[in-house]
Design a protein around this ligand. Structure first.
Ligand code: FES
Length: 279
């Protein structure tokens, strides 16, 4: 059992949990993911590592309460324990000195992009972060991300904070004006956002890396649930990723797989709400 040392609601429906797991904290690096189980019969929930503290022996997870399992996870509180916390899984980010690295984070993607930006800075990159959300009330970790960035740009769909618009607009401007300096673009967030970041980078012939949040079951390369086409070749996000060359990802396939279990998820949520009302 892995105790939750601190749980905080960052913005409505997005929670930060600091969990005690010294062995995992010792091995975790930016880009890794973990699998969480709330109970013995619970679903295995993949979450990209948002932060870690080797001295304190803790891992930080940021979770959006969106389906049955993530809602159950987010109903746990400080002092409760996770039934299982397995990891680190997948490959860590391959950090090097790219010169200038642009980080594009959408929504909850801000959390996993933070430790990557921090490490890129340690490797003497000039880090430019673009952080997007629908509105100001959904922005979190803006100070944390700004602290590890040389430049930090915020966009909101409604203009309630930062620039009005979507993340690909400042990305396009940066690629137009600083194309020669930008060695790499990292993008983490909704699949549709990552797809358009990849398309923007393709136009300027700039390398881009995306961290995929595929549907996962075992997380060990055995079930095939997380399969994705990279350069027309089947790869498994859990063992071959989660980061891939964004320009080689079959984004339409990723988007289609995300929608595959929408009905089942909707039914499961309805069942959960019905049984709650009966209690
Ligand atoms: S989650 Fe089963 S193969 Fe990746």
């Amino acid at each position: 059992m892995f105790p939750i040392l601190k749980k905080t609601e960052l913005v409505p429906n997005i929670f930060e949990m600091v969990v005690h797991h010294p062995r995992l904290a010792e091995k975790a690096d930016p880009g890794h993911f973990v699998i969480v189980m709330v109970s013995e019969s619970g679903e295995r929930i993949p979450l990209t590592v948002a932060d870690f503290d080797r001295d304190a022996g803790t891992i930080t997870l940021v979770i959006m309460a969106i389906g049955v399992s993530t809602k159950k996870l987010c109903s746990l509180n400080t002092g409760d324990s996770l039934f299982a916390l397995i990891g680190p899984l997948g490959h860590a980010s391959k950090i090097e000195n790219f010169g200038t690295a642009v980080m594009v984070a959408g929504g909850v993607g801000t959390a996993p992009i933070f430790p990557i930006a921090r490490k890129l800075r340690e490797y003497s990159n000039h880090v430019i972060s673009i952080q997007g959300a629908r509105n100001k009330d959904l922005l979190f970790w803006t100070d944390k991300l700004a602290a590890v960035s040389d430049e930090h740009i915020i966009t909101t769909d409604d203009g309630s904070a930062g620039r009005k618009g979507i993340v690909t607009e400042p990305l396009k401007e940066l690629l137009e004006t600083q194309r020669e300096k930008i060695g790499c673009v990292y993008t983490i967030g909704p699949a549709i956002m990552m797809k358009f970041c990849a398309e923007t980078c393709r136009r300027y012939n700039v390398r881009a890396i995306a961290s995929l949040n595929s549907v996962m079951i075992d997380g060990t390369g055995m079930c095939g649930g997380c399969r994705v086409k990279i350069n027309n070749e089947t790869k498994f996000t859990c063992v071959d990723g989660p980061e891939f060359d964004a320009l080689a990802v079959d984004w339409d396939g990723v988007l289609a797989r995300h929608k595959m279990y929408c009905n089942e998820e909707k039914c499961a949520l309805e069942r959960m709400e019905t049984s709650r009302r009966r209690l």
